[in-house]
Design a protein around this ligand. Structure first.
Ligand code: ATR
Length: 271
């Protein structure tokens, strides 16, 4: 039986074991998937021990995604850009490989599950931290008409736009400077965690605007409640992104694509 785990700190409440165990049952894969608590100062040793003991793959979550990026010996292009790794495995030569499936997870949830096409759309992204950096490359690859990155600290949005300038010219702004209506707004700030909403001018939302919060919760997130009240067409939370990043990791490890739809519904029910 092949062993997998999600490593983080804290980790007890992770939904990844429930998700991957369902994927395994559905696709008849013989594997176990557990949580792995790493001490804050011993991520690398924890990973080393896991693979030395025959472990096949790890997901990486808060606060270790950047540690994993530094520790991996081989990175996919998406991971290089993301500056963070959420999936680890060993290749044929026993090299530790890292990918970041968060961005693919977000784009798959939007385009496949929600039928929201990104090509030629005007996209507003809120936030300029690690979560946003992690998803930019796959979003850009869908060729939107325009991407504006708005952040409380505008210098961080500027830096992000600079770091991806070879892929696409993006605008950086602070919230109050926004003066147009967008097709899609993606909230990647951690404001929702505290029930806060970025102070956006009303003009950014029109009746056709689709809003996506990378956070999820049993109730509508603060951002999605606000987006609904402002009359946006649709509000989506990040649970589908969680499922799709997991499915992408599962595919890397096992070479089979699980079906996410019924698993999303089950996990939603358990929130
Ligand atoms: P993460 O890994 O979740 O992206 P991060 O790198 O600390 O965490 O980034 C958090 C993001 O949420 C940043 O864009 C931050 O804005 P600043 O760069 O100005 O700090 C944003 N953020 C956090 N709390 C916020 C709030 N209450 N209102 C608006 N933006 C907030």
């Amino acid at each position: 039986t092949d062993q997998y785990a999600v490593v983080g700190n804290p980790i007890a409440h992770s939904k990844s074991p429930a998700i991957h165990q369902r994927f395994a049952a559905q696709t008849n894969q013989d594997l176990t998937y557990n949580t792995l608590l790493a001490p804050l100062d011993a991520f690398e040793q924890t990973v080393k021990d896991f693979f030395a003991q025959g472990g096949k793959g790890l997901n990486v979550t808060v606060p270790f995604k950047q540690n994993a990026w530094h520790y991996a010996q081989q990175l996919t292009d998406a991971a290089k850009r993301a500056g963070a790794v959420n999936t680890l495995w060993l290749d044929q030569e026993n090299q530790l490989c890292g990918d970041n499936t968060d961005g693919v997870g977000l784009v798959t949830d939007l385009e496949i599950n929600q039928q929201v096409v990104l090509k030629n759309k005007k996209i507003l992204i809120l936030g300029a931290g690690g979560a946003v950096r992690g998803v930019l490359e796959p979003i850009i690859s869908k060729q939107p008409a325009k991407i504006t990155i708005a952040n409380r600290t505008v210098a961080k949005a500027d830096k992000l736009a600079d770091d991806f300038a070879d892929l696409m010219a993006m605008e950086a702004a602070n919230f109050s400077a926004l003066s147009e209506t967008f097709d899609i707004i993606i909230n990647g700030t951690s404001a929702s965690l505290h029930g806060d909403i970025p102070p956006l001018p009303d003009v950014v939302i029109g009746p056709q605007t689709i809003c996506y919060d990378m956070m999820y919760s049993a109730e509508a997130t603060a951002f999605n409640q606000w987006a609904k009240q402002k009359g946006s067409q649709k509000q989506i939370d990040g649970l589908g992104m969680l499922l799709e990043q997991a499915a992408a990791a599962f595919y890397i490890w096992r070479g089979v694509n699980p079906t996410t739809k019924n698993v999303i519904e089950k996990i939603r029910h358990e929130l």
